[in-house]
Design a protein around this ligand. Sequence first.
Ligand SMILES: [Zn+2]
Ligand SMILES: [Zn+2]
Ligand SMILES: [Zn+2]
Length: 956
Amino acid sequence: MSNPTFRTRISQLRKRKITKKKIVRRGNPLNQRNNDDECEIPIIPGSVLDLFGLGDEGAAAAGEAGPSSALVGTSSTHHHHPPYHLRRKSPTHPVSPPSTIGAAAATASVTASPTTASPAGVSAATAGLPSAATNSAPMLSPTAAIAAATTYCPSMLPARKRPRRTYFTGDSSTGLGCNPFTAAHYLLYELPDEVLLTIFSYLYERDLCHVAQVCKRFYTIANDNELWKNLYQGLYEYDLPLFNPAPCKFDFVQPEDCDYDNPWKESFKQLYHGVHVREGHQKYAAKETGRSVAYFETIQAAFEYCDDAERPLVLIHSGVYRGQLIVIETNIALIGAAPGNVAENVILERECESTVMFMEGAQKAYLGYVTIKFSPPSCTETMQHHKHYALEIQENCGPTIEHCIIRMGAAVSVSGPGAEPVIRHCEISDCENVGLIITDRAQGHYEDNEISRNALAGIWVKNYANPIMRRNHIHHGKDVGIFCFDGGLGYFEANDIHNNRIAGFEVKAQANPTVVRCEIHNGQTGGIYVHEHGMGQFIENKIHSNKYAGVWITSNSNPTIRRNEIYNGLQGGVYIFGDGRGLIEHNNIYGNALAGIQIRTNSDPIVRHNKIHDGQHGGIYVHEKGQGLIECNEVYANTLAGVWITTGSTPTLRRNRIHSGKQVGVYFYDNGHGLLEDNDIFNHLYSGVQIRTGSNPIIRRNKIWGGQNGGVLVYNGGLGLLEQNEIFDNAMAGVWIKTDSNPILRRNKIYDGREAGICIFNGGKGLLEENDIFRNAQAGVLISTQSHPTQSHPSLRRNQIYDGLAAGIEITNNATATLEYNQIFNNRFGGLCLASGVNPIQRGNKIFNNHDAVEKAVSSGQCLYKISSYTSFPMHDFYRCRTCNTTERNAICVNCIKTCHSGHVVEFIRHDRFFCDCGAGTLNNQCQLQGEPTQDTDTLYDSAAPIESQSLMAEV
Ligand SMILES: [Zn+2]
Ligand SMILES: [Zn+2]
Ligand SMILES: [Zn+2]
């Protein structure tokens, strides 16, 4: 043999372990003839015999001229290349007439060639069998060929193939005298495997099973994988073995992934009860023996034939089946049969009625591996056919439809109570309408489908339909991906929904779907759109990269949005507007181009336990009378404000952590109101809280720290009630009250500021009651009016201002104050320092134990600069030197006037806050009292990037 592949395979065949059990003898003549100890026959599964009509009962049945044996077509093994080199060397033979069957033919062949050359003997053995060269030949029964093989004479063999044992040679002139035992012996023991394999390759399944019972060797060869692959592919056309392990379950399996020794044979067996719809094959029905297969020309005929079958299976072969009525009301299985992509080669098509309809009774029907088209003659007629579909599933049926391609026209409708199909691995594309409509309380399972490029929505779920949808891929639709409305329900898990022209998932009108672990992304508008009393649970989805908001909630809708990742939107994360509601919790919302959460126009959602961060805009934006309960969120690292509240909005924010923003923490402006309670607001590049222009929030029990432009900034007519907050460790002021603002501050603790505790500037007012203001780097309270038309005039009552690193209260620049019952003590400079001309209203204040460090330094002859710095401005007498021609702005302390400018013409300007320019070295002369400031706090301000504040430098 020159074919190494073949050789290997044969040796494998020989090595294959065979179950050694005495066979239970059946009533089969082949068994009896070879009842020989050496020929111990392996057990052959009874089901195989039964399947091919060889069981005890089956054998009898096979003898009957039943309808199945009458409907036998031609062999199709010739469609496939012979797998062995050996076969290609087989000589061609004269075609035997169709009527020539049985031993007569064999005898004739053998008789015809007794005297010819040796190779002719081999030819005789295979004479009458169809060969590769005789494609269309009606064939001799393969059984006859076996009969021929068992009766020919050894002398016909080529010399080298002759058995080595001695044997009786009969009358070689006729061949009829051959000892039958010797011939059988030769066939059983001496005929090479390759030859047997070649002979067997011309057999159909039933004969192959017969010869498999002859002996162990025959059994092994007759179970050859390649033999069965050819038989299988000839009958079913599939490239791979297809298994039917359970009703409504058909799986292609790679042979090497299979547990069966011979997957092809097993698959062949599992499908053998099927009838075939195969054009042009019915006419060969009577000509095949060794096979019991029914062929039909139409699907309808196959249906009728299957009417009473126990497990009806119809295999529909390649072709376009146009206009056939396919209404399924039984548990029939209907499956495409073709090589290559099966579904693409088997096409069912209709023009005026639904192409395939499942109705009551089709509880366990199956449809797989076909293309289903509903194609009205023109597109304009699609609308007239709006009640017709490619696939229609009506009430009270639950067929399985899988691996189908549904294209063009109207696609799939599942409608009515009890409609519960399983639709999986189907492709629903390019339809002129909705891809999949589930309505009127229909249910069912929809898994792993590809739904794309449909003209309307990918899927509609409406009117209390309640499907389960998993792992579908819904994309590039020209409308929404999934539209749930009119009370539609459903459970949607792990679907990939993207690149749809409108929202990925739309919910409307009392619909209430549950959407879990889906990915909704790259939509041409928003991700999820819930409106008009829509509801729904959206849990653990990934919603990203949508062109508009990730989630839209509006018009009295109230969905739950929980534990989703909402990110990289080209607009906002969650957008609630127009009386929207909703529960938005435990989401991770980040990297969106607009606000993470936007609440607008009377919307009132609950927003809690979310992380809202790294947005290119603000974190939470509440405007135009937006409301909302916003609790326990972590809002951080956003480019604009962490929370913006404006234009008549009144949200409640509790226990949030708002931090590390690139601007303000919480920003109330243009009549922003609301309640800000128990929040931690820290580490912002601007202020922790800003209140502006008519805004009047209640800010209570918050901790506000680490603001680079102060803790709280109230300005431009801002109001607000600030109670019991802790405001500490801010650069610039703990609280700014500026430009006609008038907040109320009660019982706050304002401490450890890196500058003043409270600064009230430029028409700032405010009522400050019972606050503790302590350990601030500069004045506890600094009140000033620079060049503003209104005088700054706050009222301070019953505050405690103490332990300051500078003065307790300083009032300068024509500002004033009402100071009543305050306690000012233990500050490093004076308790109350008033610039020239300042005359506040005072009643019942207690000012005690302050350290007057400025006066002490001055009286010890030091320059004032020694206890100040460029940024600290202790209050003292401010002089100017005319001799040195210093400018209006340069101030010189009293000791420098006495020493450095001794004898110069000097003038007293006023008592005010300043540092000494002589000591600071900014004048032309050399200061004789020069020295480093005793406590320089400059470094504390290095990282400050003040915005919307006015430098204290300018005050002087
Ligand atoms: Zn000085
Ligand atoms: Zn001078
Ligand atoms: Zn000096």
